[in-house]
Design a protein around this ligand. Structure first.
Ligand SMILES: Nc1ncnc2c1ncn2[C@@H]1O[C@H](COP(=O)(O)OP(=O)(O)OP(=O)(O)O)[C@@H](O)[C@H]1O
Ligand SMILES: O=C(O)c1ccc[n+]([C@@H]2O[C@H](COP(=O)([O-])O)[C@@H](O)[C@H]2O)c1
Length: 199
């Protein structure tokens, strides 16, 4: 399908979904950590046409957020994509299923911050998602302690692997997930939007 970045059988590719409104340095930090710790070949940013759980009334157009992502990213291994708009999918379980169909032999990993894990039980078919792709959760200030006590983490407790084994995550049979610690960032798009409004 047109719009799917170049890839090859056997590659390990992180799928990092987000509103990216706007993209910021912590998004880059998360991507780099995932590349290094999960031994990934690429991270594809899936810039969403609109998070199904958010009010997207004030969300800038996808093309504008894609342009901001392109301007921020300098590492050729990290690629911004509008694949969800091209596929016509909004829910992550559908997006991942479609990409796995279109890219046979690629080892995908879903990447998200601690707030994503805290909310995961509210996502459409989240059990199906966890059953089809390994998941890497990146520690995020103010979210992770709560996240590990929330329904999705509790349900998936037996599938959690030690972060020392993160290099094998992409090759594991799901469900499998890990929590990656490291230097943390308090940056958020909402804080950046507030600063912009005040300026
Ligand atoms: N500082 C951060 N540390 C770890 N993960 C982060 C951080 N900022 C964003 N993420 C993760 O990046 C992904 C995309 O996030 P998103 O584009 O919504 O940015 P955000 O800063 O969380 O935005 P907002 O403040 O509007 O909610 C999510 O999985 C989110 O958890
Ligand atoms: O599939 C779902 O039900 C679902 C619900 C909430 C969020 N998501 C995805 O989670 C990712 C992070 O979204 P955001 O807006 O917090 O950056 C993005 O790819 C969304 O499409 C997915």
């Amino acid at each position: 399908m047109k719009g799917i970045p170049p890839h090859a059988r056997g590659m390990r590719i992180g799928l990092y979904g987000g509103s990216f409104n706007p993209p910021h340095a912590a998004h880059v930090m998360v991507s780099r950590r995932a590349l290094r710790r999960l031994r990934l070949d690429r991270v594809w940013w899936l810039v969403t046409p609109g998070n199904p759980l958010k009010d997207n009334g004030k969300l800038p157009p996808l093309a504008a957020r894609m342009a901001q992502a392109r301007a921020l990213l300098a590492d050729p291994r990290i690629l911004p994509t509008d694949v969800e708009a091209r596929l016509g999918t909004r829910f992550t379980a559908d997006t991942v299923a479609a990409l796995q169909r279109l890219c046979p032999g690629v080892h995908f990993v879903w990447i998200m911050g601690g707030d994503g894990l805290a909310d995961l039980h509210r996502w459409r078919n989240w059990r199906g998602l966890a059953g089809r792709v390994p998941i890497a959760v990146i520690d995020r200030p103010g979210t992770t302690h709560r996240a590990v006590r929330m329904p999705a983490a509790l349900r998936l407790a037996r599938s959690r692997i030690d972060e020392a084994d993160a290099p094998t995550l992409a090759l594991r049979h799901p469900p499998a997930w890990t929590l990656l610690h490291g230097p943390r960032s308090r940056l958020s798009s909402s804080a950046l939007r507030r600063t912009e409004q005040r300026a």
